[in-house]
Design a protein around this ligand. Structure first.
Ligand SMILES: Cc1cc2nc3c(=O)[nH]c(=O)nc-3n(C[C@H](O)[C@H](O)[C@H](O)COP(=O)(O)OP(=O)(O)OC[C@H]3O[C@@H](n4cnc5c(N)ncnc54)[C@H](O)[C@@H]3O)c2cc1C
Length: 413
């Protein structure tokens, strides 16, 4: 979730046949360059896809594999929504990403996009509501503005006490995150891309351009251009250039089993949801593929190192989630915890993504800062990042390194 409300290519099928249209990645420069993409999370995988579709020779490298357990993209599910208040740039990106997710879902054996709908609900009608409605009108996106009584009738599994207004986006829903990245990378490889396992060492300056990557195995990978999409590890790869401009924070998510046989928590009855809660957002999902009903607190947790952070859930975070669950979802009181995950957001100071050329190396793109809301935008982030690397997209100030201040540790738990 983004906080701080101030805050055609063709997808080629297994047999090589074109199975689903995806939007074009227009690039003006010569084709057929060698490009290395470091990081096979959602940002790196979609960038590699778009570069390959544009005719380049692309190698995707990841230390632990696509959407691995520690990666920010390695979770079960991610919300896709277009309500972004005044940040309409993200409304457009979410909207333009959705057909690409739907195309990927159509060629995947199991669903990637689950159109459960998304409900955002608010105690007061804040500017975020009016701004989101205005952006949806501008882009022609269907949105139902619901009263408390209407929400109570449509979504009886939620107690809307103290809530005055809801925004329901029928066209959006849940993305099966890990499966999505794995499916995309599998198709990337079947379409001629190369994906390899390797730990890329901190790049060192030897000239005006970066010439090669060095892996911890001693292997060297030469390329014409490079994308570093290392998510929460970006500050470790570029301590001087990025350093504290991206701050990984601990985030915990919990799954609870709904009552046996109860269909009210299935995605055809229950939407993905977010409780705005005066800016202190809680959010969650229906019972997707019987994993359990998911709950999370969007507040940034303590600063963590993605290599060393303890992946065991804390009693305090569980207690907080249960207290919230029991208040807003009383039908789930006493529901057993079935699973928990500990991950990290990789926050920029303002929640905006980092998609910019390295200040010293013109053939290197820095890509990250998903800031808890990046997954849904993967297809459009990848399209834009590919064009930016090849010099055919204009710099977008919001994604520039210059607009990323040093972030500071914020203790929440
Ligand atoms: C709990 C949680 C809930 C979220 N909910 C949502 C949501 O509902 N909706 C939404 O849109 N977004 C959501 N997000 C945010 C979204 O998941 C992230 O923004 C996105 O996954 C970031 O992807 P990435 O590709 O930048 O990073 P990652 O997925 O972390 O990928 C980086 C990759 O780089 C690799 N790597 C790192 N260093 C090296 C190296 N030296 N050599 C080789 N490989 C390396 C890693 O192994 C990793 O696979 C959520 C995030 C979390 C943690």
């Amino acid at each position: 979730m983004k906080q701080g409300v101030t805050r055609r290519s063709l997808l080629i099928g297994a047999g090589g046949a074109a199975v689903s249209p995806l939007p074009a990645t227009p690039m003006r420069r010569k084709k057929g360059e060698r490009i290395a993409v470091v990081g096979a999370g959602v940002f790196g995988a979609w960038t590699a896809h778009h570069l390959l579709q544009a005719g380049h020779k692309v190698t995707l490298i990841d230390a632990w594999g696509p959407a691995n357990s520690r990666a920010s993209s390695g979770g079960e599910s991610r919300l896709t929504r277009a309500a972004y208040g005044k940040d309409a740039i993200y409304t457009r990106m979410a909207m333009e990403s959705l057909p690409q997710w739907t195309a990927l879902s159509a060629v995947s054996g199991l669903p990637i996009f689950i159109p459960a709908g998304i409900l955002f609900f608010f105690p007061t009608e804040e500017p975020y509501v009016a701004d989101s409605i205005a952006a949806h009108k501008k882009f022609g996106l269907p949105t139902d503005v619901l009263t408390q009584a209407e929400m109570t009738r449509r979504f009886p599994m939620i107690d809307f006490t103290g809530i005055s207004v809801g925004l329901y986006e029928p066209g959006f829903g849940a993305l099966m995150a890990r499966r999505a990245v794995l499916t995309l990378v599998e198709r990337f490889v079947k379409s001629g891309g190369s994906c390899k396992r390797g730990f890329v060492q901190r790049p060192v300056r030897t000239g005006p351009r970066l010439d090669e990557l060095r892996l911890s195995s001693g292997e060297r990978i030469r390329a014409d251009r490079f994308v570093f999409a290392a998510g929460p590890w970006l500050p470790k790869l570029f301590p001087e250039v990025i350093g504290p401009r991206i701050l990984p924070t601990r985030q915990e998510v919990f799954f609870f089993s709904p009552p046996a046989g109860d269909r009210r928590f299935l995605p055809d009855a229950m939407p993905g949801w977010a409780d705005f809660n005066g800016g202190d957002i809680f959010y969650g999902f229906p019972d997707l593929e019987s994993r359990g009903v998911k709950f999370a607190h969007d507040a940034h947790g303590v600063e963590v190192d993605p290599d060393t952070q303890d992946r065991r859930p804390t009693p305090a975070a569980l207690a907080e989630i249960i207290a919230y669950r029991d208040r807003r979802f009383p039908l789930l009181r006493g529901a057993p915890l079935t699973e928990a995950r500990v991950c990290q957001y990789e926050n920029s100071s303002n929640g905006d993504f980092l998609i910019d050329i390295h200040p010293d190396w013109p053939n290197v793109l820095l890509l990250g800062g998903g800031s808890g809301h990046g997954f849904k935008h993967g297809p459009e982030v990848g399209r834009y990042a590919a064009s930016r690397l090849m010099g055919s997209a204009r710099p977008e100030p919001r994604f520039s390194l210059a607009t990323k201040a040093e972030t500071h540790h914020r203790e929440v738990h």
